[in-house]
Design a protein around this ligand. Structure first.
Ligand SMILES: [Zn+2]
Length: 152
């Protein structure tokens, strides 16, 4: 289960959600097509793009690529990605939504008992702290809807 993604600049939201749903995803704000193609080829990543020309170019270079119609909703885009890549959304390997690195679970017993009844994770690269707060409800909702759609 080492498939990882690289997305073009039109798919920032998709990259954030792929990280939440457990997949390492490279995202650049202003990458050139050449950079995207080179990186996908060198690191064997699946290139997700809403750019038809880039998609065609990637195909012709035998790069694993998925065209994402920009008119789809976020949920439809994610379903397309998971279906075509044959992967399942996962909640036990969420990545940092800022930098895409792995999260380490940490113990803050006292604070936890005082403030939250939740687990904490910290990004091992940028240090961002995560816990399953109110945003977790949205994540669970998306996760359940995706799993439902993908199982049919
Ligand atoms: Zn981070």
């Amino acid at each position: 289960m080492n498939a990882v993604f690289i997305v073009d600049s039109m798919l920032g939201n998709v990259s954030k959600w792929l990280r939440i749903l457990g997949y390492e995803t490279l995202f650049f704000k202003t990458p050139s097509d050449e950079t995207l193609l080179k990186l996908s080829q060198e690191s064997n990543r699946i290139l997700l793009t809403s750019d038809k020309e880039l998609f065609k170019k990637a195909k012709s270079m035998n790069i694993n690529t998925i065209f994402i119609n920009p008119n789809l909703s976020l949920k439809e885009k994610l379903i397309k990605v998971f279906k075509e890549s044959n992967l399942q959304p996962q909640l036990n390997s969420t990545r940092c939504t800022v930098c895409g690195s792995e999260l380490n679970k940490i113990e803050i017993k006292d604070l936890e008992e005082l403030l939250f009844t939740s687990d904490f994770w910290v990004c091992n690269k940028c240090g961002k702290l995560y816990w399953r707060g109110s945003h977790w409800k949205n994540i669970m909702k998306m996760y359940n809807e995706l799993c439902e759609k993908l199982s049919t």
